[in-house]
Design a protein around this ligand. Structure first.
Ligand SMILES: [Zn+2]
Length: 223
């Protein structure tokens, strides 16, 4: 859903801009690699590579510090996004009071303890009370919070709280299922195990039936 493009092919130009845009969903943002940050990151990643025993003059690795410096800025671009603004920018008055469900939202994040990826899916539901938002905005909010250093538990509650605060709905439900590379690669977790977290407000918290409906809808392969 995100397009990550480079304006030109001169990969080693520090001043190069990059554009992140999502115009098909009515939201666009130009993300610029800050040249100063890129230069600093490249310098420090170069030092890290030397500490690890790499020859930073080796052809394959010569531009790696610069590439990593840019990559890490993209992987943490959520810091420059305002999730509340994303929701309120497309907040509409509507009398619909049934559950709205956006399931299987792709999610990529970095664990804040090791800066190693965790990735999976988010399922978000809410029951509007006067206000709805664009469906794509829900996915954008997931992205804005996940493209930071995170723990899955906080990510789950941040998404919930943001939607609750922005739309004041009758209830919000968030379930995240994720694989944690930092556990898998270090041999702490079995390869295919999934960590599931959930956070609810309002009707999803108080009414077992509503919560069960949400759970069965996200488990359904037909949706
Ligand atoms: Zn970790």
């Amino acid at each position: 859903m995100l397009n990550f493009m480079e304006k030109n092919d001169q990969k080693d130009d520090l001043a190069e801009d990059s554009i992140i845009e999502n115009e098909e969903f009515g939201y666009s943002k130009i993300e610029i690699f800050h040249p100063e940050d890129t230069a600093k990151l490249a310098y420090h990643y170069g030092e890290i590579l030397k500490i690890l025993g790499e020859d930073t003059d080796r052809e394959g690795i010569r531009k790696t510090p610069l590439r990593v410096g840019k990559a890490i800025q993209f992987l943490t671009h959520g810091y420059s996004l305002d999730p509340m603004k994303i929701l309120t920018s497309a907040k509409f008055r509507e009398d619909y009071k049934q559950m709205v469900l956006v399931k299987d939202i792709e999610l990529y994040s970095l664990c804040e303890h090791h800066m190693i990826p965790f990735y999976g899916k988010a399922h978000v539901g809410y029951i509007p009370d006067k206000y709805i938002t664009g469906l794509s905005k829900i996915a954008r909010v997931v992205d804005a919070f996940s493209r930071r250093l995170q723990v899955q538990e906080r990510l789950t509650t941040q998404i919930r709280d943001c939607i609750q605060e922005a739309l004041d709905p009758l209830g919000v439900a968030v379930v995240i299922e994720a694989h944690h590379m930092c556990m898998q690669m270090r041999g702490i977790q079995k390869q295919n195990s999934v960590t599931t977290t959930s956070a609810f407000t309002g009707a999803f918290l108080n009414q077992i039936q509503t919560r069960e409906e949400f759970i069965s809808l996200i488990a359904s392969k037909l949706h």
